[in-house]
Design a protein around this ligand. Structure first.
Ligand SMILES: [Zn+2]
Length: 243
């Protein structure tokens, strides 16, 4: 679990936290962020996963002082070699630094999650973040193992890819890119309040369907279109604790 200390509290007297959800900005920063308490980013902040792009992203996050916390995971673009089936399961050095540098959390409120849980000490919200995609695993068992690590009391799940059949259609031809194992885990086991992802740029939007998928609000927060141009707005979600 990532640790946090010395962050002062914001006004949480209403019990409502405003989450600003983004994903897949792909090294573009020509968008405006609405106000909120916590920023959630579901990966693909770079185009080519270069050290320079990662550094740009981290500096951008550091300057977002209006958010008390910025919770981030990687996408497949952060390193074409990471989360791949074979060869190098290795991240760029700058991503390793995100994990090691505890001052990012304590000084800047940047929480980087890599198959990891985190609880916000101010609001109590429990997060889990993981950048795995099913196509990067050798078989369904492997991806199932990753999703089985999500604690069942998680309130907010961040993954890079969508669950199967939810905001995962890549074009008008109803081709679903989402992960079936993730759908199972999120809708039948974890049942979080909020699940934020991206990856399938064209399927941007939000969905809640209690009959089919339970109480979870699903958000595909991809900012870019399929040509890596900023095309969508950040998605704002207000959640009340103990609802
Ligand atoms: Zn993307």
């Amino acid at each position: 679990m990532a640790e946090i200390n010395s962050i002062t509290t914001d006004n949480f007297s209403t019990g409502i936290t405003r989450f600003v959800c983004i994903s897949d900005n792909h090294d573009n920063y020509d968008f405006t962020l609405p106000d909120g308490d916590l920023l959630l980013h579901s990966g693909d902040f770079t185009r080519n996963g270069t050290e320079g792009e990662i550094e740009t992203f981290v500096n951008w996050l550091k300057n977002l002082t209006q958010f008390r916390l910025k919770i981030v995971i990687v996408g497949n673009h952060e390193s074409k070699r990471f989360y791949t089936r074979k060869r190098y399961k290795k991240l760029p050095v700058a991503i390793d630094e995100l994990k090691k540098d505890k001052s990012l959390v304590s000084k800047y409120g940047i929480v980087y999650l890599q198959d990891e849980a985190f609880q916000d000490p101010v609001t109590g919200w429990k997060f889990y973040g993981s950048g795995w995609l099913s196509e990067q695993c050798k078989d369904p068992d492997e991806i199932r193992r990753h999703w089985s690590e999500i604690p069942i009391d998680t309130d907010i799940v961040l993954t890079h890819g969508p669950p199967y059949s939810i905001l995962d259609v890549t074009s008008g031809t109803a081709y679903n890119l989402g992960c079936k194992e993730l759908l199972k885990s999120v809708t039948t086991i974890v049942k979080p309040k909020l699940h934020v992802f991206g990856h399938v740029h064209r399927a941007y939007g939000q969905l809640k369907n209690e009959d089919e998928f339970g109480k979870t609000l699903f958000v595909n927060a991809s900012l870019c279109d399929s040509h890596f141009r900023t095309a969508h707005l950040p998605i704002v979600v207000d959640l009340k604790k103990d609802e």
